[in-house]
Design a protein. Structure first.
Length: 60
């Protein structure tokens, strides 16, 4: 595949990303703005590293 074809494909993908509008979950946005916790009952941090328990074991 030549450079022109690859560049055209990249431009097409970039254009789709730039101009597409993903569906908006208005209920989730309203909960977030109101400061309510998610309905799923998750009390964990929004990010948890699954390898935290091994972190101290491999540090020198």
């Amino acid at each position: 595949m030549g450079r022109g074809r690859a560049k055209a494909k990249q431009a097409k993908v970039a254009r789709e990303l730039k101009y597409s509008t993903p569906p908006t979950d208005l209920e989730a946005l309203q909960r977030e703005l109101a400061g309510k916790s998610p309905d799923k009952g998750q009390d964990e941090d929004w990010y948890s590293d699954p390898y935290d328990e091994y972190d101290d074991e491999y540090r020198h």
